[in-house]
Design a binder for this molecule. Structure first.
Ligand SMILES: [Zn+2]
Length: 395
């Protein structure tokens, strides 16, 4: 009898445990190295300890991971419009930044230039915003416009494009601790008129790729025109412990062409070569231990990829004034075409196993403003071509 009682107790206890597990959705334990590649300027969804944090038009909102719940601004002040400097959930941002990072209960993001109240110099503030919306302060200033940036460990890395003493536009990469300190130069490009198109910390190492033109070319006096000048591409790694910057040949082909990196997802790189006739997506493990696998030909206008799908950029139907984006598998099958009201921009962020996120802008002419939205698609519904855009926040 006693044995039966213990057995029944265990079954009931297990049922309670299981049902608790179903109620609380598990959030991926990813903080500093989001599994999307920080290609471009967007990193508008990050994972905190207990939630997702979403950046939409300078507003920071918290989302609990339930698709039928909206994201809620982290500011808890009643009647706040969340668009004034005093609001803890709002950072006035410089176009085209749409990035933030989570570390130890705080969100870090660069804001619009302002005067440093201590040094009286003009700089770009790195804001430190408490994820619970209780405080907002300036962590440090970057001395010039940080074009691309990322956070690795407790250090921010960002690049400037500045004119040197010979009048050439040169890209430099800088580091500064999040708690403030020295702005330190860690790399200077050997190219001109270029920039970074990717920067991301992965497993303790900083990866960044650059494009640009050979410095020996006199761009002022070329006959062929700037468009005909061959651009160069390089991928670098930086070791924070040793301070060593190395040109990385992991993705370099024999003809010297360098990969365009689309994503770093679940330990694998996704990349293509823009110099080949047929644009093909490749995948290889991070460590370089495994061989590269050819995934298939890329449809036109792909601008994001993950292990399952490739996502096209937006296209506008001039008559209906609606935009559309398409999702393809690696056999070039069209999985789903999705229409939405927009005229301007759409960016994908294939960030988790469950969801693909998107950001888009729509001009509201009557009010002379641009409405910004962060949406998601459920990846399992994409498989049936039945995913719908779910708006998490609109502003
Ligand atoms: Zn507010």
């Amino acid at each position: 009898m006693r044995k039966h009682f213990i057995l029944i107790f265990c079954v009931v206890y297990l049922c309670i445990l299981c049902s608790c597990g179903m109620v609380k959705k598990e959030i991926p334990s990813v903080t500093l190295t989001p599994i999307n590649c920080e290609w471009g300027y967007h990193n508008f969804i990050v994972f905190g300890d207990d939630a997702y944090y979403i950046l939409c038009g300078g507003l920071i909102a918290r989302w609990d991971g339930e698709v039928d719940h909206q994201a809620i601004p982290i500011c808890k002040k009643p009647d706040c419009s969340h668009d004034q400097p005093e609001c803890c959930a709002f950072v006035n941002m410089e176009y085209p930044h749409r990035k933030m990072f989570y570390l130890d209960g705080s969100l870090y993001l660069f804001g619009r230039a302002q005067e440093d109240s201590v040094t009286k110099s003009h700089g770009f503030p790195m804001w430190k915003v408490a994820a619970d919306g209780s405080s907002k302060e300036i962590a440090f200033f970057a001395s010039d416009f940080p074009n691309m940036y990322t956070v690795l460990g407790d250090v921010a890395y960002y690049d400037f494009c500045q004119e040197d003493e010979n009048g050439k536009l040169i890209t430099t990469l800088w580091a500064q601790p999040l708690q403030g300190g020295e702005e330190t130069l860690i790399w200077k490009s050997e190219l001109q008129n270029g920039g970074l198109d990717m920067i991301q910390g992965i497993n303790g190492q900083l990866y960044f790729s650059e494009y640009g033109v050979d410095q020996s070319i006199d761009l002022e006096n070329i006959d062929t025109g700037f468009d005909n000048v061959q651009r160069e591409y390089n991928l670098y790694t930086y070791q924070p412990e040793t301070g060593e910057v190395k040109r990385d040949s992991l993705f370099q082909k024999e003809d010297g062409s360098i990969a365009v990196i689309w994503n770093f997802f679940d330990g694998d790189w996704y990349y293509s070569y823009n110099t080949t006739e047929e644009n093909v997506m490749w995948r290889r493990p991070e460590e370089g231990s495994g061989d590269a696998v050819c995934l298939g030909k890329m449809p036109k206008y792909v601008n994001a990829a993950d292990p399952l799908y490739m996502y096209s950029g937006w296209w506008v139907d001039r008559e209906t004034k609606s935009g559309e984006v398409s999702v393809y598998d690696y056999n070039q099958n069209l999985i789903q075409r999705i229409q939405f009201p927009m005229e301007d921009t759409f960016e994908w962020l294939p960030a988790t196993e469950d969801y693909v996120f998107g950001y888009y802008e729509k001009p509201i002419n009557e009010e002379a403003r641009i409405e910004k939205s962060v949406i998601l698609l459920e990846r399992d519904k994409l498989a049936d071509g039945a995913a719908e855009m779910i708006t998490l926040i609109q502003r």
